[in-house]
Design a protein around this ligand. Structure first.
Ligand code: C2E
Ligand code: CA
Ligand code: CA
Ligand code: CA
Length: 276
């Protein structure tokens, strides 16, 4: 650094260094946290609105940092993607979810399907399907206990490459849902070409249903036309639930029913009552 640099220059330069140092530190922390007991998974149940039947749950990762406390995935998933740690992280998620499912298998409760979010970086890793198959067989599980959630933006990459992986997943019995639907570059023109099972309407549409009724109703009609299932996420109120049901969407996830729960709470609050 030049001696005669301006204050502006110095401040800018220091800022950069601090940011970089902080990021490197977080990266190291995250690397250590994966596999250590700092990461946990919460499960948010999904229900069939008319029958109240449990359809399954979404697995959502949390990081309990030793000094910073609970960090939301919205903060560390982007870092994990940037650094490539996302692959290790999601493999850990897949392992932990399958070990958990194995335990639930013994309870003879029908927990439905558990969905796992997969980043586009991991998705385009050539051995994803193989990795998942191995984890399933290691735990003695059939593939129909799992679902993968991917975001629509990643679909724009390479259609035939994308479809190959999607088809392999579905061939072994894993369902695929397109997450955050409606927020990306969704082109209705390519949707019918993709090998998926379900659209997940993004919560931003649900939260302003009164404004978005026409869009949401179009998404649902289109999904049904393409013989896709459709789920609404982020349902919080009676009004939202009633409207979305009126529009023909029957799969529901959101605070209206339940927050994401620790595996222990999911067991006692959601699964146990089903045993009776
Ligand atoms: P997402 O996949 O869209 O997950 C839904 C998010 O909405 C979750 O936030 C959930 O807690 C929240 N949510 C559920 N119901 C409601 C509701 O009624 N109202 C509102 N306002 N929010 C609701 P969370 O757990 O903070 O996760 C944020 C994002 O982090 C997820 O969004 C997902 O994109 C990402 N994420 C979490 N775990 C993983 C993972 O293992 N891999 C990847 N790639 N991403 C993950
Ligand atoms: Ca999701
Ligand atoms: Ca979502
Ligand atoms: Ca999201």
């Amino acid at each position: 650094v030049k001696e005669n640099g301006t204050n502006d220059f110095k401040i800018y330069n220091n800022g950069m260094n601090d940011k970089t140092i902080e990021k490197i530190k977080m990266e190291n922390d995250l690397r250590r946290a994966i596999g250590a007991s700092e990461l946990t998974i919460h499960y948010q149940p999904k229900f069939h609105a008319k029958t109240n039947l449990l359809l399954g749950a979404e697995a959502l990762v949390r990081w309990n940092h030793p000094t910073l406390g609970l960090i939301s995935p919205g903060k560390f998933i982007p870092l994990a993607e940037e650094t490539g740690l996302i692959i290790q992280l999601e493999e850990w998620v897949l392992e932990s979810v399958c070990e958990q499912i194995k335990k639930w298998e013994y309870t003879s409760v029908d927990y439905g399907r558990i969905s796992v979010n997969i980043s586009h970086i991991h998705f385009y890793q050539s051995d994803l399907v193989q990795t998942i198959s191995q984890i399933l067989s290691k735990n003695g599980l059939a593939a129909n206990c799992l679902e993968i959630e991917i975001t629509e933006t990643m679909m724009m990459h390479n259609e035939s490459e994308t479809n190959k992986t999607l088809q392999k997943l579905r061939e072994i019995g894993i369902e695929v849902s397109m997450d955050d639907f409606g927020t990306g570059y969704s082109s209705l023109g390519y949707l019918h070409k993709l090998s998926i099972d379900r659209l997940k309407i993004d919560k931003s549409f649900i939260h302003e249903m009164y404004k978005n009724e026409a869009i949401v109703s179009t998404i649902i009609a289109m999904a049904h036309h393409l013989q896709l299932k459709v789920i609404a996420e982020g349902v919080e109120t009676d009004e939202q639930l009633n409207l979305i049901m009126k529009l023909g969407c029957e799969e529901i996830q959101g605070f209206y029913f339940s927050q994401p729960l620790s595996s222990h709470d999911f067991e006692t609050q959601i699964l146990k009552p089903l045993l009776i």
